[in-house]
Design a protein. Structure first.
Length: 62
């Protein structure tokens, strides 16, 4: 059975959702003003939620 957990973090105009599925993470970030969406998938669990958030924000900052 796949175990999925969702954590919602709202910071300013950014919505970030982190999904934990088995030993993998998937993070989705969306800018609520511009509608820009970024997705990052981790082969292994990131050591912290902060690391996952940082990874998904990298493409948005470029």
């Amino acid at each position: 059975m796949i175990r999925m957990e969702r954590i919602i973090v709202k910071e300013r105009d950014l919505d970030i959702l982190i999904y934990s599925v088995g030993n993998r993470y998937e993070a989705h970030a969306a800018n609520t003003k511009t509608g820009q969406l970024s997705i990052a998938r981790g082969v292994e669990k990131w050591s912290t939620i902060t690391e996952g958030i940082e990874r998904v924000l990298r493409p948005m900052r470029s």
